[in-house]
Design a protein. Structure first.
Length: 420
C-alpha cells in the first residue's frame, strides 16, 4: 500500500504517519487484524484528502536575482547568492509574505552586460515586476534603458546613479558618497597630497568623476592631486604608473578599481616600495580576495564600509537587523563581508513593500512605495528614499575600515562623520 501511495504523490507527513503505524503494528501483534483494517480505511481518507493537502501549500513569492556567478564579478556574486539563500530562511520563519513563502531564483549573467540585457528582456517578457541585480556597473548601465515601465531593479553596484522616479535603484552606498567620505577622511588625517590611480572601466571612470566632485567642496580646498594615473584592467602590470606616483611624493594613494584588477594594483604597490597609506573601493571588501594578498598588502589600507562589517552592533532597530544577519550567516558557517550583504537590505525592502502592497503588486506601485519609504531599518543603516537618490543612504553612513593583515579582518578606523 505504501508504495502505491508514493506513486500517487503522498506527502512526506502521510508517509511518516504510515511508517509509525507499521512500527506500532509490529509491537502489537495481538491487534494486527484491527490495525490492518484501520490502515486501509485511513489510507483511503488520506488519498481523498491529498489534493486539498497539496493545494494547502501556498505558492512561493519568487524574487529573481541576476548575479555575476561566473566571470570577473563572481567574487561578489557568489557571496550575495549565499547570503540571499540564508535570508530566504529568515523571512520565511517570520511568515513570508502574507503567508506565502519567499523563494530566490538565481540567474547568472556571467559578468557580461550583453547577457544581463538578454536575461532582463526575458524577465520583462515574462511579466516580472521586480528583480535584484545585475551585479557589476556596466551590466546595470546596459539594462537601465530597458526599465521604462518596469521591472523595478535594485542594482548591486554602487557605481550607478539612477534618476529620481526611475525604476532603477542602487544598493548600499553611492560611490560618490564613498569617495567623498574617504577624501574627507584623508583631509582629517592631514594627508593633503593625494595620488590617484583608477581603471579605465565603468568603476574607474565613475571614481574619477566622484573624486573631482569631492575636491570641489570648499572644505577640501587644502587637498591637491599630485598625480593621477589610469590603467586598463586587462594590463599585466602597473609598474610605470606606480613609478610616476612615487616620484610625485604623495601622502596617500587612492587605488580605485574592483575585482581581479585590484590584485594587480597591490602587486604594483608592493613593487614600488612606497610605505604610505592607501585607500580603495568597498568593492574589494571580500575575505576571499584579501586573504589571497596577505604578502603584498600595504600596512595601511582603508575602505569605505558599513556598520554590519564590525563586531559591534549599531544601536536600536539597525542593530536588531544586523544581529539577524550575523546569526543567519554564522549558523551556516559563513563569515559576513561587505560584498555578501549588498543585496540583503534591498531584498528586505522588496519583502516590506510586498507585505504592504500584496505579493502581486505592480512595478509602478512598488517603485512609488520605495521612493516614499523612510525610517526603514536595515543592516546598512536607517533608510530614507525621499530625497530621490534611489538608494536611501548617504555619505554619513560610511564607516572607515582598515584591513588588519595579522588579524585577517577589518577594524574600525573612523566614524561616519570623521576620523579617529
Amino acid at each position: 500500500m505504501t508504495a502505491s501511495l508514493d506513486k500517487l504523490g503522498m506527502t512526506r507527513v502521510a508517509r511518516r504517519w504510515l511508517r509509525l503505524r507499521d512500527e506500532n503494528a509490529a509491537r502489537m501483534n495481538t491487534r494486527r487484524p484491527l490495525i490492518r483494517f484501520g490502515a486501509g480505511f485511513t489510507a483511503a481518507i488520506l488519498l481523498a484528502a491529498l489534493p486539498a493537502m497539496l493545494q494547502a501549500q501556498p505558492a512561493p513569492v519568487e524574487i529573481t536575482a541576476v548575479l555575476p556567478l561566473t566571470g570577473q564579478g563572481s567574487f561578489a556574486g557568489k557571496g550575495v547568492q549565499t547570503a540571499l539563500t540564508l535570508l530566504e530562511g529568515v523571512v520565511n520563519k517570520q511568515g513570508g509574505i502574507k503567508g506565502r513563502p519567499v523563494h530566490f531564483v538565481y540567474l547568472d549573467d556571467q559578468s557580461n552586460p550583453s547577457v544581463s540585457v538578454q536575461l532582463t528582456n526575458d524577465l520583462i517578457a515574462k511579466g516580472v515586476q521586480f528583480m535584484l541585480g545585475p551585479g557589476v556597473a556596466a551590466s546595470c548601465k546596459a539594462t537601465e534603458p530597458l526599465l521604462k515601465t518596469g521591472p523595478v531593479q535594485f542594482c548591486q553596484s554602487p557605481a550607478v546613479h539612477p534618476a529620481k522616479n526611475s525604476y532603477l535603484f542602487s544598493a548600499s552606498l553611492s560611490s560618490s558618497d564613498a569617495v567623498y567620505a574617504m577624501v574627507r577622511f584623508a583631509r582629517l588625517r592631514g594627508w593633503n597630497r593625494i595620488a590617484w590611480i583608477s581603471s579605465t572601466d565603468a568603476v574607474g571612470q565613475d571614481g574619477d568623476t566622484a573624486l573631482d566632485a569631492a575636491l570641489a567642496f570648499p572644505e577640501n580646498a587644502s587637498l591637491r592631486v599630485v598625480r593621477r594615473e589610469h590603467f586598463n584592467p586587462a594590463d599585466l602590470s602597473v609598474t610605470a604608473q606606480m613609478s610616476n606616483i612615487k616620484a610625485a611624493n604623495p601622502q596617500v594613494v587612492f587605488l580605485w578599481t574592483a575585482g581581479i584588477a585590484f590584485g594587480m594594483l597591490l602587486h604594483g604597490v608592493a613593487d614600488s616600495g612606497m610605505n604610505v597609506p592607501y585607500i580603495t573601493s568597498g568593492g574589494n571588501m571580500t575575505f576571499g580576495q584579501m586573504r589571497q594578498f596577505t604578502s603584498i598588502t600595504p600596512n595601511e589600507l582603508y575602505f569605505p564600509g558599513l556598520g554590519y562589517i564590525t563586531d559591534t552592533l549599531s544601536p536600536g532597530a539597525v542593530g536588531v537587523q544586523q544581529k539577524l544577519f550575523r546569526d543567519a550567516l554564522h549558523a551556516a558557517g559563513v563569515v559576513p563581508d561587505f560584498q555578501s550583504a549588498l543585496l540583503w537590505d534591498p531584498a528586505l525592502i522588496y519583502v516590506d513593500a510586498l507585505r504592504h502592497l500584496g505579493p502581486d503588486a505592480k512595478a509602478a506601485d512598488i517603485r512609488d512605495y520605495i521612493e516614499n519609504l523612510h525610517g526603514f531599518a536595515g543592516i546598512c543603516g536607517t533608510y530614507d528614499f525621499r530625497d530621490g537618490n534611489q538608494r536611501g543612504l548617504t555619505a554619513d553612513n560610511v564607516l572607515v575600515l582598515r584591513w588588519d593583515n595579522p588579524k585577517g579582518d577589518w577594524v574600525v578606523a573612523g566614524s561616519p562623520k570623521g576620523a579617529k
